[in-house]
Design a protein around this ligand. Sequence first.
Ligand SMILES: [Ca+2]
Ligand SMILES: [Ca+2]
Length: 480
Amino acid sequence: MNKRLLLLSFVGVLAATVSSSTAGKGLTNWPMWGGSPDRNMVSDATGMPTTWDVKTGKNIKWVASLGSQSYGNPTVSDGVVLVGTNNEATRDPKQPGDRGVVMAFKEATGEFMWQATFEKLTSGRANDWPFQGIASSPLVLDGVAYFVSNRAVLMAVDVQGFQDNENDGPFKEEKLTGKNDPDILWTYDMMEEVGVFPHNLANSSPNYYQNLIYLSTGNGQDESHVNIPSPRAPAIIAIDRTTGKLAWEDASPGDKILHGQWSTPSVGMIGGVMQVVHGQGDGWVRGYEALTGKKLWEFDSNPKDSVWPKTRNELIATPVIYENVVYIANGQDPEHGEGVGHLYAIDATKRGDITKSGMLWHYDKIRRSISTASIKDGLIYYPDFSGFLHCLDVKTGQPVWTHDMFAAMWSSTMVMDGKIYLGDEDGDVVVMQAGREKKILSEVNMESSVYSTAVTSNGVMFLMTRNQLWAIQEGAQLKR
Ligand SMILES: [Ca+2]
Ligand SMILES: [Ca+2]
C-alpha cells in the first residue's frame, strides 16, 4: 500500500468513527450498547410509534420468546438481533439446565437463528449468580459479535453463525456445528488470563476504538463481602480484536473495590485525545488514552464523608461522553434498594485527580441510579432507581422537570423522533414529549418488567422485557 492510499484509509477510519456517533445513528443498525461508542442514549430514527398494544398486536411487527430473565440489551446489525438471556426457554434439550444464553433472531421476521449457551461456573453464585443469564449487550463489528459470557469469557463469534455454511476461524474445534449453534472465532477467559474474580456476574458490554476492544472485568469481592481475592487483577482491559491478545490493563481500584464492578466503558474524543472512560468499583470514574491505556484523570463520585453502603455508592451506570464532558450518576446493586445518589458533569480535558478541578456541576436530588443518560438539544434525561426521571439543563445542571414512574427503573431513556421512551419494573413504558415542557403522550404496559432500553434499526423499535423481545413499528399488525 503506498503512502497516499495509507493516508486515505486512515482518514476513512476517522470518518467512520465520527459518523458512527453523529448523524444517522439508529437508522440502519444498533451495533452496540448505546448505539455508538459515546453511549449517548439517543437515536436519529423517525416515524416511531407513540403507542402500541401487546394484547391486540397493534403496531407490533413480531415477538420472540426469551428465557425468564433477560438483561443483555438488544443490538442489531447485519440483519440480526442479538440479546442476552437465560436458558429457561430451553431451545435445545441437549443443552439443559441453568445457563447464560445469547440468542440471535432475524431482524426482518424474528425467526430464531442460533444461540450460544454457557454452563454456570462451578465456583457458584459468588462468581456466576443463578438464572441471571448473560447481561452483556453484544458489540457487532465487521460481522463479528463480541460479548462477555456468564463465565467471564470475552467471546468473538460470527453474527451469521453457521447459517453462512462456513466455520469461521481461527477457532474451528466447535463440538456443536448445527445451524442453530454458535460459530466461535476466538475467546479470552478473564479469570484464566488476568486472574479476575467476578463478583456475582461479569456483565460488560464491549466498546471499541480502531483495533481494540474495551471491557470492564467485573473483578470484585468474594461472598464474604469483605475480602477481595484478586486486588491486582485489572478493572478494565483492552483486547486486540485481530489477535485476541491483551493490549493493556489497569487495576487502579486495587483493594478499594466496594462490592463488584458492573459499569461498562465509553469511548470518545475529548479535548483532542481519544479516551476510554470507565466507572470503577471504588466509586471513581477514570479516563484512559484509548490506544495506550495511559491513565489521564480520575474523579471520585462520592462525597468524602460518605460511608459504604449507606451513603457511599458504586458505579453501575455507563458514562456518556458528550462535547468533551462525561456524564454519570452513581448508585448500587438493585438488591441494595433505594438511597441517595449523585449525578455529575465532569470536564475530562483535565488531568490527574480532577474531583475538584473537573467538576462542572453536581446534582444531588437524584436517587441511586444504574441508568445511562440521554443528551439531546441542551437537555440531559436521567432515570433513577427510585422511579424518577430527571430532566436537567445539560450545561448548568439546573433541574427542568421530573417525572415519577412509581416503580424502580433499571433501564435508560431513549430519546428519538422528538419523544422520550422509558420502561420500568412494573412493565410500564412511558412515551413523553422531549423538551423543556413536560408532557406525557402515552403509557403502554408490556405485561412483564422492562429492564432494558429501547433501540432502533430500519424504522423498527426493539424493546426487550424480562422474557420477550418485541419488534414495534408504526402501522404493523401482529396476527395473534
Ligand atoms: Ca460462519
Ligand atoms: Ca469457528
